[in-house]
Write a protein that binds this ligand. Structure first.
Ligand SMILES: [Zn+2]
Length: 449
């Protein structure tokens, strides 16, 4: 049975201010309902300021990275009406398409829009927090070109990567929301809402496809409806039968003139567009002479790719690549962190790689150092601590120094105090500088007294 899957993806744009007012777009450290003004609270009579230009540029950049055509006609801002406590004005503002007819990894990108985020309603407590209300979102609508949960997962990973590479979206994570529509053999389209991770998306699709197939096997029709994904139970549950576009009573917002995206603006954004993940991958293979697999692992995140390039100014690229792919990726997976979140600095990587190449550190020990870096320590400190020789090795180094330098021992015993400094120097030489000099002096004095 032929499965067709399409997405509507919403992600917050990393702008300074909200879409129609000057309240900050980053509300993460704010107390509930403090990051607001009369505009984003939808107060009667409050009129929106113009559309945030930074948000428009962000949506255009993302549309270009998704290979869309940018719409040259006036782009109206529409009011989409629905009643829910998270929406103080009773409508959500959403733009007509800014980009159209794009493509990513073989999947059609139908439209890219700008939209405002609603507030956050907690149905359990009945409380609403409007800090998020009015934050700019980019909305991406794909063609139903995907045919399995596995393909859906692979596509979403690629899309998330492109969004991160655009550097126009929030990097804190957890702000992406996906609505998925699924149909089987031209049956009714079911929309699943409330998905906010790729793992959740995969599980929701697995469940929903099985549910629809079972209905059909029993000769029952699949109803056109909207279902919610319930994360804890890994199931989807009916929310409402599907609204049609008329239910939302879309009208152009009379307070806002339509956007005009000039060819000059599009050209400027296109010129400044960051490298796309697949372009960076190809360049890494070519420029650093590393394998495609290494380059693929390193370019999985823009921050990691940047760090790699900086490390390569000081370390041989092939060794750096192996370390990134096998040690750093493994450490991040173990802690379930992205590179951006990990706190790893370029200097940490360089110091560990140098210690390994100079034979001061084994590969395995290098991995342990990276773990401690991720847990908040700096590589330099960890390396210093790890390199100290233990007491037993120090004692045997002292014995060796005494044994090998009878002349100095003789001088010291005759009262020539500085001879002991020479012996300390010999202990440092034997331990390749890893001994604690004060402790070595102490041990020598004891041993020679
Ligand atoms: Zn505001």
């Amino acid at each position: 049975m032929k499965v067709r899957i399409g997405f509507e993806i919403h992600e917050q744009l990393a702008t300074r201010t909200k879409l129609f007012c000057t309240s900050p777009a980053d509300y993460r450290d704010a107390e509930p309902n403090t990051n607001v003004c009369e505009i984003c609270l939808g107060m009667p009579g409050a009129k929106p300021m113009g559309v945030n230009a930074e948000a428009v540029e962000g949506a255009v950049a993302i549309a270009l990275m998704l290979n869309c055509e940018i719409v040259q006609e006036p782009v109206y801002i529409l009011r989409k009406h629905y009643d829910y406590p998270d929406l103080p004005s009773g409508y959500q503002r959403t733009s007509m398409p800014i980009g159209r007819n794009g493509e990513l990894a073989g999947v059609g990108i139908w439209e890219v829009h700008l939209e405002e985020d609603p507030g956050k309603y907690d149905p359990v407590t009945g409380k609403v927090d409007y800090n998020r209300s009015g934050v700019p979102l980019v909305e991406i609508v794909t063609a139903p070109d995907i045919t399995s949960p596995e393909e859906a997962r692979a596509f979403m990973r690629e899309l998330v990567k492109v969004l991160q590479y655009s550097r126009r979206v929030r990097r804190e994570g957890g702000t992406m929301r996906v609505d998925v529509n699924v149909s089987i053999e031209d049956g009714a389209r079911v929309e699943i809402k409330n998905i906010n991770s790729i793992r959740g998306l995969y599980r929701a699709l697995k469940f929903e496809i099985t549910r629809q197939k079972n209905l059909r096997r029993r000769g029952k029709a699949v109803r056109r409806e909207t279902r919610a994904y319930i994360e804890e139970q890994m199931i989807t549950r009916s929310m409402r039968t599907k609204e049609t576009a008329e239910d939302y009573r879309y009208i152009p917002d009379p307070d806002l003139p339509p956007l005009r995206i000039t060819p000059e603006l599009v050209e400027r954004i296109r010129r400044e567009l960051p490298e796309a993940p697949h372009q960076k991958l190809a360049r890494f293979v070519e420029q650093y002479r590393i394998s495609r697999d290494d380059a693929w692992a390193i370019t999985s995140e823009p921050e990691m790719a940047d760090a790699f390039e900086q490390v390569c100014t000081q370390v041989e690229p092939a060794r750096a690549a192996a370390f990134f792919r096998h040690i750093i990726k493994k450490t991040l997976n173990y802690h379930n962190l992205s590179f951006a979140e990990s706190g790893i600095r370029v200097e940490d990587i360089v110091q560990v790689l140098r210690a390994i190449s100079e034979g001061r550190l084994s590969q395995q020990a290098g991995e342990l150092v990276m773990r401690r870096v991720v847990e908040g320590e700096r590589a330099a400190e960890v390396l210093r601590e790890m390199s100290r020789v233990d007491e037993q090795s120090l004692v045997s180094a002292v014995e060796q120094a005494i044994h090998q330098n009878p002349g100095a021992v003789e001088d010291y015993r005759r009262g020539k105090q500085e001879a002991i400094n020479y012996l300390v120097g010999q202990v440092m030489r034997i331990t390749k500088g890893r001994a604690d000099a004060a402790r070595a002096l102490e041990l020598l004095r004891e041993r020679l007294s």
